[in-house]
Design a protein around this ligand. Structure first.
Ligand SMILES: [Zn+2]
Length: 305
């Protein structure tokens, strides 16, 4: 009886080991198939090597990195508009486990997006260049794009900034002034470093309130003091306001204008803007995937798939 039990235990143990072995082999097989889709791109950001595609995609179901950059036909451009897509990023960095990925672009994909812009002859411009082109009333003769980064996260300094510098591109960073001392946000010193190296620092208020729902006194403080404090940090004029949560109304626009902002940005799905919208220029959200990036540059917004 005891011998019989020993044999059963031994057989069960053998089956478990065999099972683990099979699972590991299958995972490796899947990983190698995944890697074969795209040539891996190794980039270096913040002295860390990052490979694309990642060996362990963090959110494979909805956000699997798509290997094909199939570009659909760009949407027709409405008359009276100028075509310069303005892109919105938030976090640029590894996605912490358990975090919804929609506000993250991982460094490997971000590097591929910059490479795509370079390979496809896009000029990455500053808000002032954007404004001047819109004011000229003509489409740019070469493709142009404006890159904006909301909320001033520390990962912007660690990952986005080195890659932008590597490509010679300018980024426009929307800073929540009240968070400059938070550990997961950029510091005043880091903003100065970026400002001295071709990056544009813009206001995203002091406390990130819904600007359309606060008193005029508070509005003055949020828009006026943030502008002044960022100008003190960078030694440069801050002309750009990026609405927290993309929320604004006519009163917000009047106050922004009276304080001295030259332009302000909201969100939307348009890649075409006009001078009449200078206090509500449209920007489009960018996700951690290449096919969607390419389509969004063409004005096609069909996420989620
Ligand atoms: Zn924000």
């Amino acid at each position: 009886m005891r011998t019989k039990l020993s044999i059963i235990i031994a057989v069960l143990f053998f089956l478990v080991v065999l099972g683990i072995f099979a699972v590991v082999r299958f995972d490796n097989l899947l990983a190698s198939v995944h890697r074969q889709f795209v040539d891996p791109v190794i980039i270096v950001a913040n002295n860390m090597a990052i490979s694309y595609p990642p060996i362990f995609p963090q959110s494979p179901a909805k956000h699997d990195h798509q290997p094909g950059y199939l570009m659909e036909k760009p949407i027709p451009q409405p008359s009276g508009t100028i075509r310069i897509p303005v892109l919105i990023y938030h976090h640029v960095g590894p996605i912490p486990p358990g975090t919804p990925p929609d506000y993250y672009v991982t460094p490997g994909v971000f590097a591929l997006q910059l490479k795509y812009l370079q390979d496809n002859n896009y000029q990455v411009i500053t808000p002032q260049q954007f404004y001047d082109q819109i004011a000229s009333g003509n489409n740019p003769t070469t493709k142009e794009v404006l890159l904006t980064f909301d909320d001033g996260y520390l990962d912007n300094y660690l990952y986005a900034y080195p890659l932008l510098k590597q490509y010679g591109y300018s980024g426009t960073f929307a800073i929540i002034v009240g968070k400059l001392t938070d550990t997961d946000h950029m510091t005043a010193k880091q903003l100065l470093d970026m400002s001295n190296n071709g990056m544009i620092i813009s206001s995203h208020s002091i406390t990130h309130p819904d600007l359309a729902r606060i008193s005029n006194a508070k509005l003055q403080e949020e828009l006026g003091n943030s502008k002044m404090r960022l100008e003190n940090i960078t030694g440069k004029q801050v002309n750009v306001l990026i609405y927290p949560g993309c929320s604004y109304n006519g009163n917000v626009i009047s106050v922004a204008q009276s304080i001295g902002y030259k332009m302000a940005f909201t969100c939307g799905s348009k890649i075409d803007n006009k001078l009449a919208w200078k206090y509500r220029f449209y920007r489009i959200h960018i996700y951690d995937r290449m096919d969607d990036f390419v389509n969004r540059l063409a004005g096609i917004d069909k996420y989620p798939y």
